[in-house]
Design a binder for this molecule. Structure first.
Ligand code: PRT
Length: 283
């Protein structure tokens, strides 16, 4: 049985559950539980604190874990990253008060920096040959300069609102992070089959998110032109319409090219263009 650790509550919880559900895993009554068996996959879900997940995965209590890359880097644990999951994106940044005279990283020489990420910050400062003192605090890092505790902070940023509200300016991004799936080094081998099955599902779900399904009608004389506009998987599916000399074309399009493709199709006479999401894409 695969033991999959996810955050028990907090920023990663909803999207971790959603991803597992999209992979077809049925997880009942997850809220408030410590451990839940998956009905239709040989796995159980362990609900843990975010900060405990790296150690439990390294020691083998969990075989797999969904956790931010920032936490794994900070704790410096020996686990194997299997795939990035594309959610909970953030960056670990150094910020200083608006009124400070920050010019470059050299401005941090001999300064005091408050953070919950002392190890990652220490490594970064060393790589930049900066000698600063690190003041470790576990929460509300952003208020440290205002109460005279530090000259700068190093904290996670996503929208930047927290920095803005506290009169802080982001100066250096030291790490980009997102949620990722990690595996225990040993069980990634002993439970390889189950892990590969889950990875295969995650990849199908992720691939599908980048594409839409498209169908439209077009005069037969322009089918070739339409096919050259649509990358598709192999080639578009063409179904004749009852209206003479017209066909319906079915394919997939990459979401990021959506409007360019629609405009081109319209310019060659495509009509009744319908686009809908794809749930899974198995190649
Ligand atoms: O209690 P537990 O140990 O389970 O959780 P936690 O307190 O460590 O976790 P939680 O739920 O706060 O965050 C879990 C993970 O979400 C982090 O480890 C990151 O991988 C990811 N993540 C993504 C973030 C943010 N974005 C984020 N913005 N974690 C925290 N923040 C905080 C940041 O510390 C700052 O206080 O949000 C504030 C800044 O946000 P903006 O939008 O104002 O810039």
């Amino acid at each position: 049985m695969l033991k999959i650790a996810i955050q028990k509550s907090g920023r990663l919880y909803d999207q971790s559950i959603r991803l597992l559900n999209e992979c077809g895993l049925i997880i009942d009554n997850a809220k408030g539980q410590l451990k839940v068996s998956v009905q239709n996959f040989d796995a159980e879900i362990l609900f843990l604190r975010n900060s405990d997940i790296p150690k439990y995965t390294e020691s083998g209590v969990a075989d797999l874990a969904i956790v931010g890359e920032n936490v794994i880097q900070e704790m410096n644990v020996e686990v194997k990253k299997l795939i990035q999951l594309g959610f909970s994106k953030c960056r670990l940044s150094i910020a200083t008060p608006k009124q400070s005279n920050y010019n470059s990283i050299l401005s941090l020489q001999q300064k005091k920096i408050a953070t919950s990420y002392p190890n990652t910050l220490q490594r970064y400062l060393q790589s930049q040959n900066i000698d600063a003192s690190i003041h470790q605090i576990s929460g509300s890092v952003e208020i440290a300069p205002n109460i005279g505790l530090a000259d700068a902070i190093c904290d996670l940023v996503s929208s930047g609102n927290t920095l803005f509200k506290n009169n802080l300016v982001e100066q250096e991004v030291i790490l980009h992070s997102q949620a990722a799936l990690y595996a225990n080094e040993n069980t990634s081998k002993t439970k390889k089959d189950l892990i590969e099955q889950l990875l295969f599902r995650i990849e199908s779900v992720q691939r599908a998110k980048a594409f839409d399904y498209i169908l439209f009608n077009i005069p037969n004389k322009n089918i070739k032109l339409a096919s050259s506009i649509l990358p598709g998987l192999k080639s578009p599916t063409i179904i004749p319409l009852l209206t003479p000399d017209w066909s319906s074309v079915h394919s997939v399009i990459e979401k990021k090219q959506y409007w360019q493709i629609i405009n081109k199709l319209k310019s060659i006479g495509a009509e009744g263009i319908l686009v809908s999401p794809v749930q899974k894409m198995v190649l």
